[in-house]
Design a protein around this ligand. Structure first.
Ligand code: PFF
Length: 449
């Protein structure tokens, strides 16, 4: 019999684990900070509600109806065989993301171990020098990235209920506790309220078309939409799972974590007068300096904070990489009739190749470029700017216009027992509103809007 999630809380935590990741902890706070603070947060929440939740429900419908891997799932709700390619595209997308995401996750793991040894910290130039030295060494960053893939692999081979679900039930609450402790520590620093005000003060003068599009792109990445991840996870949901309620709960957890991450980073940074930047240098250069300075008089607290922070990042990344891995594993397992262990080995091997190439391209072999960008940036742009929105767009078109209407209704309402009054609203969003907005980001990034 096919494996499945054993409890409602388990499936919500596992799927929220996929959504909550590096995207929440380092990407969201800075997008909010740069794009008008609370004004951005309001727009972001608006998109989560009118696009993110319907998008999630659509993937859930495809996955739960089929009860199989993403490639087969997309051909189950209509007669057109060509929709299978949307599922296959999701599998390719998630495996690419897994490969380069593991590089950054591996850096987090390295920093966790270095923090435990008490070796990070000090002035800005020594922290920067450490990061440059570490990331450009030929062996160390690759080994940490591969270690991350192995950790992911070890959870995956245990299956859904005793692997993914058990791990998520343990790790998600742990991660939440770490986050709360860090938010409290950050907000208690002298001068921290300036950071809170910066994040929560709505500045509508910064809002223009690009801010809307940035919020939309972030909402997609953060909810793991468009990668067939939600479709794969929902194939393990039970018939009684309320898809709309689960989507709302997951979106809520994901948004809450993103806002809390902002309340962890900005107050600490503002309390020592450091203007936080974005991307890798934020996590691996700026924040170690912030911890060092903010807790200068309390070295033990600084030491503990640093460990908790990198533990938080590593856990958030791990629950996400697990979901990316599962998409390909389910595919190889079911389509090629391989054992789950062998299927997982295929995915780990593919991800390992992408991880090594990405890691070299941003360190040891900077010449490893395509279209003038490092391979890591190429993979990132290819997935985040092209494949994710395309996957989301095609899923909405599929569900809204091509899938069997009675089947979609049955899934949405659990055979006419729940959410009946919401179905018309959902259908309107998925047919017209979601595709229009997604098309807008698409055209905008190619300068066509
Ligand atoms: N949602 C994850 C994050 O915010 O970091 C990233 C992600 C996970 C993207 C799973 C795609 C995916 F399939």
């Amino acid at each position: 019999m096919r494996d499945s999630f054993g409890s409602k809380i388990g499936l919500v935590l596992a799927t929220a684990g996929s959504a909550v990741g590096l995207g929440n902890v380092w990407r969201f706070p800075f997008m909010a900070g740069q794009n008008g603070g609370a004004a951005f947060i309001i727009i972001y929440i608006f998109f989560i509600v009118i696009l993110g939740v319907p998008g999630m429900v659509s993937e859930f419908i495809v996955g739960r109806h089929a009860g199989t891997n993403a490639a087969r799932a997309y051909s189950r709700l209509s007669t057109g065989r060509q929709w299978k390619h949307v599922g296959v595209m999701g599998i390719v997308t998630s495996t690419i993301i897994l490969g380069f995401y593991a590089v950054v996750a591996g850096w987090c793991l390295n920093y966790l171990f270095v923090s435990i040894g008490g070796d990070i910290g000090g002035d800005a130039s020594s922290v920067r020098q450490y990061f440059v030295q570490f990331s450009s060494s030929p062996v160390s960053p690759v080994l940490w990235g591969l270690t991350f893939i192995v950790l992911t692999h070890l959870v995956i081979v245990r299956g859904i209920r005793s692997g993914i679900e058990k791990f998520s039930k343990l790790m998600m609450p742990t991660m939440f506790v770490l986050l709360i402790v860090l938010v409290v520590a950050s907000c208690m620093l002298p001068g921290s309220m300036k950071g809170v005000t910066f994040l929560l003060n709505p500045n509508f003068s910064k809002v223009d078309g690009h801010v809307f599009l940035a919020a939309l792109g972030q909402a997609f990445f953060s909810l793991s939409l468009g990668t067939a991840c939600l479709c794969t996870y929902s194939s393990y949901f039970s018939r009684s799972t309320n898809l709309v309620r689960s989507a709302v709960q997951i979106a809520f957890i994901d948004t809450l974590v993103a806002i809390l991450a902002g309340l962890m980073i900005f107050p600490a940074a503002f309390s020592v007068g450091i203007n936080p930047d974005s991307g890798p240098s934020l996590i691996f250069i700026t924040l170690p300096c912030v911890f060092h300075e903010a807790f200068a008089g309390m070295p033990v607290l600084g030491y503990v904070t640093s460990i908790l922070f990198y533990a938080l990042l590593s856990l958030a990344a791990l629950t996400s990489t697990i979901s990316m891995h599962e998409i390909g594993t389910a595919f190889f397992h079911e389509e090629l009739n391989k054992s789950r262990k062998t299927a997982a080995c295929y995915v780990s091997a593919l991800a390992a190749v992408i991880c090594i190439v990405s890691s070299f391209s941003v360190g040891y072999m900077p010449g490893l470029q395509l279209f003038g960008m490092s391979m890591m940036d190429c993979f990132d742009k290819l997935t985040a700017q092209l494949l994710l929105p395309l996957g989301g767009f095609l899923t909405c078109i599929y569900i809204g216009w091509f899938a069997s209407f009675p089947r979609v209704y049955e899934e949405f309402t659990n055979d006419s027992t729940v959410n009946r009054s919401l179905f018309r609203v959902y259908l309107f969003l998925v047919r017209y509103v979601c595709p229009t907005f997604i098309l807008a980001i698409f055209l905008d990034q190619f300068g066509l809007l």
